[in-house]
Each structure stands twice: as C-alpha cells, then as structure tokens.
Design a protein around this ligand. Structure first.
Ligand code: ZN
Length: 135
C-alpha cells in the first residue's frame, strides 16, 4: 500500500470564520491550526478527526484555485489528500501508471507537508493530493 491513509479532506468554504464554528460544532473539537499559504492564495484551518484531518480552505484572492472552484461548483469537498512516505517515488510510480499531475514538482503546502496534486481528469474527477511530512 503506497497511499497509506487519508491524511485529510480539503473542503472549500466561503467564510472561514463561520465554517470554523460549524466544523467545531460538527466534529466536537476545536481548530488546532490556522495557516495562510500565500502561493496558493488560501487561508486554511485544520481539525483533527482521529487518524485523519479536515482542512477548510478559503480563497484570499480572486485568482485562487479555491475561489474558482467555489464559483463553478459551490462550497464542498475540494480534494482528498493521501499520506505517502516518499512523494518523489510516488510521482514516478504514478506517472508510469499513466496518471497525470497538475504539476510534477512537489511544493510546500500547509501543515508542514510537501504536496503534489494529480489532475482530476485522470482520477475520475477527484482532485487527489499526495502529501509527505516535511522533515
Ligand atoms: Zn490539502
């Protein structure tokens, strides 16, 4: 098993403050971390849910991919992130399997991760993120 667990679900929201309250009530826990990722034009808020996490994402500018997603599809599940031990090896493996990536070079994501996204057109319409803990 190369994709070891669902690390988090990314959920696109319009109003991070309101959604933080909603998810705190839903999950019965408080947000443990907030982080802005300037390169992605997003503000994020994380909640722990046992083995996995929920990542709320709010756009910080009109050119943000999250803003465009909400414009097209509305709020909701934006991506599924899987934990991997070696992101570079997984990119090589999945390319050989025929999967397409949005960018084949991992970048720094929120929550101390190196991340990369597979293109939804090669994964049944699901935006899949691979993430590896940064050391
Ligand atoms: Zn994510």
């Amino acid at each position: 098993m190369n994709l070891r667990k669902i690390e988090h679900l990314g959920i696109a929201v319009k109003d991070l403050e309101a959604s933080k309250k909603l998810f705190a009530a839903l999950l019965g826990t408080t947000c443990y971390k907030e982080e802005e990722v300037a390169s992605e034009h997003v503000k994020t808020a994380f909640f722990g849910t046992g083995e996995s996490k929920v990542e709320l994402l709010q756009a910080t500018s009109p050119q943000s991919p999250i803003g465009k997603f909400i414009e097209k599809k509305g709020e909701g599940i934006h991506h599924i992130a899987f934990d991997v031990a070696d992101i570079d090896a997984e990119i090589t493996r999945l390319k050989a399997e025929g999967f397409q990536f949005i960018s084949e070079t991992p970048k720094d994501g929120a929550d101390n991760k190196r991340i990369v996204f597979l293109h939804p057109k090669s994964t049944n319409g699901i935006l899949v993120e691979l993430c590896q803990e940064r050391k």
